[in-house]
Design a protein around this ligand. Sequence first.
Ligand SMILES: Cc1cc2nc3c(=O)[nH]c(=O)nc-3n(C[C@H](O)[C@H](O)[C@H](O)COP(=O)(O)O)c2cc1C
Length: 450
Amino acid sequence: MSDHLHFNLFTMNSVEHVSPGSWTIPGDQSHRYTDREYWTDVARTAERGGFDAIFFADVRGIYDVYDDDRDPAIQRAIQTPSNMPQALVPAMAEVTDDIGFAVTRSTSYVHPYQLARELSTLDHVTDGRIAFNVVTSYLESAAENLGMGDRMEHDERYDRADEFMDVCYRLWEDSWEDDAIVRDAESETYTDPENVHAIDYEGEYFTVPGPHGCEPSPQRSPVIYQAGSSDRGRRFAATNAEGVFVSQPTKEATRDYIEDMRERVGDRGRDPDSLKFFPGIVVITGETDEVAREKHETYKEHISVEGTLSLLSGFIDMDFSELEPDQKVEHIETDAIRGTINAFTKNDPDREWTVEEVAQFAGLGTTSPVIVGGPETVADELEAWQEEVGVDGFNLKEVTRPGSLRDFVDYVVPVLRERGLIREEYEGETLRENMFERRGLPDGHPGADS
Ligand SMILES: Cc1cc2nc3c(=O)[nH]c(=O)nc-3n(C[C@H](O)[C@H](O)[C@H](O)COP(=O)(O)O)c2cc1C
């Protein structure tokens, strides 16, 4: 197994993603998210840097929890406007050969039969370079817009997600046999019906007779990512995920998370090492430490406090406008992203956070660590994460676009390559081969065993 680090670019088909206010930084090109060439350039740059994938976040709904109003978020382009990530994939695949595409799709608002078809199609069109970041969604406004009334309760969203994944695995893995397509003109047989099977799925949320409408794509099941951090979210990830996107602000918290997850994965009869861990990370870099520090200062000046609080209010489902800036943030039970609030209230019991401090910290990448320095400094720190924490790679969060990616690839990647910490060449043909050196889902995974 390769021991180099794996990198994804964590981005979104929108103006702002996780660094509110960054569109005001001189030279930032986030407004070009509607421009196909912006994305094809991003894909080429990330592939030049040996990245595993472009990892697209996606949400439905508007961030309207802050001040009980959507205007503060709309004004500052907080994840709205945004377009669908999956529509960008064919254009980006066309100009690249190896880099993968992780698309976030919600199990709460689509039907698994439809989504299985969408992802099989994307896997075909990219020659096996697709990952599915499974989310359960957290914005109430999304449920309302889709005519689904109240958003489902937190744990129930995961119950539905469990079933959703079972349906998908059955469609991707069991419905069509490898030799179903025969293309024999003489017998007028394109497909041997004997080798195409119904799945006859009957569950609490879904009834799907099947068969799958698509022939098997190169990976069959896309690589499965997940990012939930609550107890229920971890249970889901331990069952389904091949990669988890960790959102903890410190090494200690990330180490604890990895230890807990490896134990859970082992309890499910899977190899604990078959799960890869990707903390989110912000890297601010340049030719030297000094240049990087200057950039950091500039970026901090552009943080939008209101924008950040609007974003966090949506993540946490708690209205930050009701708190004073110097008020301490306390742990609350929430129905949205539980991990976000825990990042501030639970991980370091000795540290108390005020609302203003949370906004300043979260303004650059939300709950992820920020590394500031020249190429050697950044490489040292990333290597320390690998050695001390046991991470497999990182989801690189952007501040400026496409500056954060370009700086990383131009300054840090050459040093990581000298140290053997990023690939020189892609190892396999599919995303899963490049990440795990195997074609299909791992043993013990419910998809492999279905
Ligand atoms: C780092 C991270 C990234 C996430 N990205 C998205 C996203 O792009 N879209 C989305 O709808 N949910 C996203 N989520 C939400 C989760 O998938 C999940 O639905 C939510 O965190 C609730 O589960 P939890 O309480 O177990 O964390 C993300 C969560 C985390 C922690």
